[in-house]
Design a protein around this ligand. Structure first.
Ligand code: SF4
Length: 64
């Protein structure tokens, strides 16, 4: 399953190598993805926190 909707403006479905739907996997380390680059879910969290919109982060995204 790939998340097709954007979250906080990020195309998580394309940026996360594991296609995580609801936040970072256990492989994130100090904000970095275990595969490559910065974890997109960490970027999503930082952006939503800066917008005081963490309710959006905790919203459950179901596979389609
Ligand atoms: S560290 Fe983040 S970007 Fe990398 S696979 Fe895990 S959830 Fe996806």
């Amino acid at each position: 399953m790939v998340l097709k909707e954007r979250v906080a403006g990020f195309d998580v479905g394309k940026k996360c190598p594991k296609s995580m739907l609801n936040g970072p996997c256990g492989g994130v380390n100090n904000g970095m993805c275990e595969v490559e680059g910065q974890c997109v879910w960490v970027r999503v969290y930082a952006k939503l926190k800066s917008e005081d919109n963490l309710d959006e982060f905790t919203k459950v995204r179901l596979p389609r």
